[in-house]
Design a protein around this ligand. Structure first.
Ligand code: HEM
Length: 92
């Protein structure tokens, strides 16, 4: 009765970056969890360009430097893709 979290490796994450991205979806990591930011891009008060700086990589540091008070857990609840694992622990 539950869906296990999908395990995502750094190399899969990197295919969802700002450049050379054939997936056309943009992922980032906050506190070890992977989020698809694509639906949120047009709504970010800081603009799309700032969000794309963390596409395909861990955004935790930059996020907290900019606005540690923002409740990303609630905001991105429906956008969670899975959890970041090390390269040899992926789901596929
Ligand atoms: C503003 C969300 C990532 C840069 C904001 C605000 C929210 C938000 C809710 C308004 C905050 C307020 O007015 O108190 C998010 C979410 C992120 C994210 C959910 C991750 C998915 C980033 C990143 C940067 C960034 C990585 C890179 C530097 C900014 C800036 C503002 C802002 C510069 C200020 C805009 C202004 O008030 O003119 N963001 N943010 N954000 N964000 Fe983000």
């Amino acid at each position: 009765p539950y869906t296990p979290l999908r395990r995502i490796t750094p190399s899969e994450l990197s295919t969802h970056g700002a450049r050379k991205n054939e997936t056309k979806t943009y992922w980032t990591v906050l506190e070890g969890r992977v989020y698809d930011m694509t639906p949120y891009l047009p709504y970010h008060p800081g603009g799309e360009k700032e969000l794309l700086r963390v596409a395909g990589k861990d955004g935790t540091k930059l996020f907290n430097l900019t606005h540690s008070w923002v409740n990303w857990e609630n905001m991105l609840r429906g956008c969670e893709v899975g959890i970041l694992v090390s390269e040899n622990e992926g789901s596929k």
